[in-house]
Ligand binder design. Structure first.
Ligand SMILES: [Zn+2]
Length: 159
């Protein structure tokens, strides 16, 4: 009968059964067919550290003001494009060849809706009842301050 061997550290089941402990003095066992409990905990800790690192990059705000402040960002070359959030998820999935359906990020969907609200006429007709002079009334006619603010936000969002 062959002895079980940890694929990471090489410890055998014979050694563990004989009472070998981990560096903390805790008893060891096999957590999986080919993985000891110490190595499993080590791998889990590394995965948690890697996930925290990714969350840091993923959750960076990617506004112009954030770039101006500098710091560490994830991006794509040669486009010189800084990525974050769902855009970064999608880019990584694509690079890894993963075919995961994604919905447009909420920011993009909100921006598209805002653009449609500003650009869609509230009313169409003709000026003074003269069919030769068509007219459209948009929200900017009544509230230019809102339309201008929306245009600034859309520009900031890159829409
Ligand atoms: Zn091990």
């Amino acid at each position: 009968m062959t002895d079980r061997v940890c694929r990471e550290c090489g410890i055998t089941n014979t050694e563990i059964t004989a009472g070998v402990t981990d560096i903390n003095g805790d008893p060891m066992c096999f957590a999986d067919d080919d993985l000891c409990s110490w190595c499993q905990e080590h791998i889990q800790r590394q995965l948690e550290v890697d996930a925290a690192r990714y969350r840091f990059l993923r959750n960076r705000q990617t506004r112009h003001v954030d770039f101006a402040a500098g710091g560490l960002f994830a991006g794509r070359i040669p486009e010189n494009l800084i990525l974050g959030g769902e855009d970064l998820d999608r880019a990584i999935d694509t690079e890894l060849g993963m075919d995961i359906p994604h919905e447009e990020p909420l920011e993009r969907r909100l921006a598209a809706c805002l653009a449609e609200c500003i650009d869609t006429p509230l009313m169409t007709g003709s000026l003074g009842g003269d069919a030769r002079i068509p007219s459209q009334i948009r929200i900017g006619f009544f509230r230019p301050d809102i339309a201008e603010r929306a245009a600034e936000l859309l520009e900031e969002a890159g829409v």
